[in-house]
Design a protein around this ligand. Sequence first.
Ligand code: APR
Ligand code: PHB
Length: 390
Amino acid sequence: MGAGPAGLLLSHLLHQAGVRSVVLETRSRAYVEQRVRAGVLEDGTRQILLRAGVGERMERQGLVHEGVNFAFEGSLLHFDFPALTGGHTITVYGQQEVVKDLIRARLDAGGDVRFEAEAVRLEDLDGVVRVYYRNPDGSEDCLEADFVAGCDGSQGICRGWLPDSVRRVHQRAYPFAWLGILAEAPPASHELIYVNHHRGFALFSMRSPHLSRNYIQVRAEETLEEWPDERIWEELQRRLDRAAQITVGPVREKSLAPLRSLVVEPMQHGRLFLAGDAAHVVPPTGAKGLNLAVCDVVVLARALVDYYRRGEEAGLRAYTDRCLEHVWQAEHFSWWMTQLLHRLDDPFEEGMQRAQLRALRRSEAARRYLAENYTGVHTSLRYVDWVPAG
Ligand code: APR
Ligand code: PHB
């Protein structure tokens, strides 16, 4: 359920192993292909997409970055990823581009992806599962399946089908949001810059040498109406300060997203398995969302293939425990980056931030921790071998 990166990649991996699936997606194909999301792939995610045979355009158009920068206390700190991790890098490639590549691969292979088909309820999670879905004309249809993968994102229905008696939801809300713009302007720098500034956090990212993607921290209750383009550019430059000079350009897209952390346990019940944002949400600081979804799906695909090929159920039974290992690791990293870089309005927390930021400047071990997490050493890189090389 869901044609985001999780549902599409799962369907693709299953197809490669000869297992049939149907993808149901509420939205239209155009909508999911245009939806602007984060755009940083861990080294492991890049390698997984390549092995799965859906990385050709990413290799041509993605931007390989060898590090990121932090700006704080008036100067820049560079993280040299290959030096700190034994050669790993990251790739800047928009999530909607990954989605486009996956949809193309599914459709070229004759895959069954049903757009504008909204799943409304599930029946019999312990037997042959029935999935009821609504067509654009309002009529209802039903699919029968051995398994349902709930890849329907943070607002989907699948999470709600875990019985109340088993579902535990752990969450944290943050008192701020990210206001993001996609603009036709060269990026502020050739690498990402994360800014800790007394006016608030800012991030300078990109999609190409001509498209910049920038964010500023705003209060959770602010609205887009309060932020005309000129005010956003002015605020971006004030927070970037003298670290770099930004070039202003037409704003193509503008969005406001609250920050939260959320983990659902268990990630399975009967024949329903949750993957991606349906099971966990991270604040975007560190860009882990898509990468985590890819880890879940690789674990789930292998468990399902073992079941169909050899009748083995051990992988399916171990799904939650396996996933929670990488999920909590990425939850911690995203939470830590968020605490470290945002304006928190609390003198104690600010003291903690200063101490940690200065430790990053002084200590290579501290920088290595960040670099390993950022490139996926503890998450996606552990699963590359799980995907059969195509
Ligand atoms: N029936 C069918 N489809 C649904 C339903 C439903 N009832 N509810 C939601 N969906 C669809 C959504 O329209 C969406 O396209 O499920 C899809 C979920 O996709 P994503 O939100 O992209 O989630 P996921 O595939 O887990 O990818 C995780 O996406 O949200 C970002 O930051 C997040 O990068 C992370 C990545
Ligand atoms: C992005 O380019 O959209 C992006 C990059 C890094 C992040 C979050 C978002 O941490």
